[in-house]
Design a protein. Sequence first.
Lengths: 340, 309
Amino acid sequence: MTQARTIIETRELTKRYGDIVAVDSLNLSIRQGEVFGLLGPNGAGKTTTTLMLLGLTEPTSGSAYIEGHNCTREPIAVKKLVGYLPDNVGFYGDMTGRENLRFTGQLNGMRGPELEKRIDQLLERVGMTHAADRKAGTYSRGMKQRLGIADVLIKNPSIVIMDEPTLGIDPEGMWELLQIIRELAEQDGRTVLISSHQLYQVQQVCDRVGIFVKGKLIACGGIKDLANQLQAESGYSLELEVVPNDSKLENLLKSMPGVDEVTREGERFLIHSSQDIRGNVTQIAAEHGYSLQYLRHRGGDLDEIYRRYFEKAGEQQHGRESGPRKTGNILQRMGRRKGQ
Amino acid sequence: MGALYRKELADHLNSPRFILIFCLLIVTSVASFFGAINGIQNLSADNKNFLFLKLFTTGGSAIPSFASFLGFLGPLVGLTLGFDAINRERSQGTLNRLVAQPIYRDAIINGKFLAGATAVAVIVYSIGLFFCGASLLRTGLTFNGEELVRILVFLTFSIVYINFWLGLAIFFSVLSRHAATSALAGIAVWLFFAFFMSLVAKAVADALFPINNLIQAANNMVKNYSCNLVLNRISPYYLFSEAISTILDPSVRSIGIVTSEQLSGAIVGYLPLGQSLLLVWPHLAGLIALMLASFAASYICFMRQEIRA
């Protein structure tokens, strides 16, 4: 792996709108050729960050660099390198898809047969050749998204930034989209930055993710690393369902070494512990005549990681305001959300 | 910026609204042409110099002249071409795609204004020359070199005047999120200057320098009139009307107040072209300044604006 070169870097990047801090001292570095997912709820500052990377919004303080170009001072150099797919991408409705692409090509200083050839290739690649000569006003959302990707690729960018690319796309379109994103990184060697709040989809394609809450990057790394980090910090959570379902087991579980807390979530128990107790639990259940219906280790998938980090961020926020909360509260809240 | 300019111009020339406003102007110029032919027959025999120019400024019994039509409908042309320049890009989501391309941000608004100005020039020159051609064919009157130059100067004035409204329309389109809001704002300004500015100017002048009796009249007459005139000249509509009536009518020797002493001994005659131009030079400067100011306002607003969906 010789691709460890950092291509996007931000240093203490901060943006304030009046009293509201949209992005708070963001330090981020993204390596060449990786797919990086910037994840966070709506209003976390993801779009503001991408706009600052493109030089479209001026940071209040701090700086961002792409390939050594300062994003605020050399926006033209940056925009030559970066393709940007905004959320809710739009096209000129009275021009055909092909004309829209041609216009973008011309804005990037391309002309003539070379441009036409590139347009044809890209339309083929995103599967839009059949609709290329229809007016863009008649396109569906998924088609617009695909045309948007072709539009981004016209200038042959080494970095692609996508803002909520998976929003409002049907499952099949989603699969194709993710396929294309993966291709961009693996075949073309482009660096891809995706900002999104849709975790599962993004989880499938990202090499690394950054979790972004209220303008702060609270975690950053590979998905596995994040899971391990969380477990080391806040212990293990185990979901358990047994037949018969009675409260005797609850007491048994509570008396096990390493178990901090046992709560009920409907049919299931949620066991919070400081170490991995899966082996012990199955053993105890078997010894006392329970048959195991369901056993799952929480925290392995991105959704869980994401939620736990949100809890942590919320906790810190509340901690500052009203003192620390009980862990039980968090677990209850988590349980309620799970039930939804 | 070349690509942007070409695209915007193509958009204008292909858009239904461009064709609509063009047809509207053709219809009104035909109407004013027949009005002018009727009106010109009633002129006295000693007033037959520069007849071709009179076709532009003479109206029929109920129909205004071509020049006043252009003064009145010109703003509509500018507003139509510019009222959704920026906010349409915003609402259809193309603006953030556009600004992510490696072009300077001002290229967008420059391209839009220049393309609009070109479309305006196309409209004004073709309508003006259409009117000339129709006059040549229908009346058999011919024009000499001076008349031709006066007509071209008049058309150029119109372009500057309409471009002021174009700039204003683009300014409103930068400010407001909805195309309807910016269109209404533009129309409000247009109607205010076309209809109400003269009333406001008169009311202010009368309040400051009342003329209710002979003594007040003796003291305030001149002040009242100049105050009224100065206020009226704020309005681009008035400025334009005053300028073109001087350009198209060589018998206009002065604008503003002339005392009888100044007139005594003056020889009645026509002003040469150069002198007419000298008379309206400040008007041209004023109109160009207004045009640049309206464009500069939209330019500054656009450059400082956040690009967000």
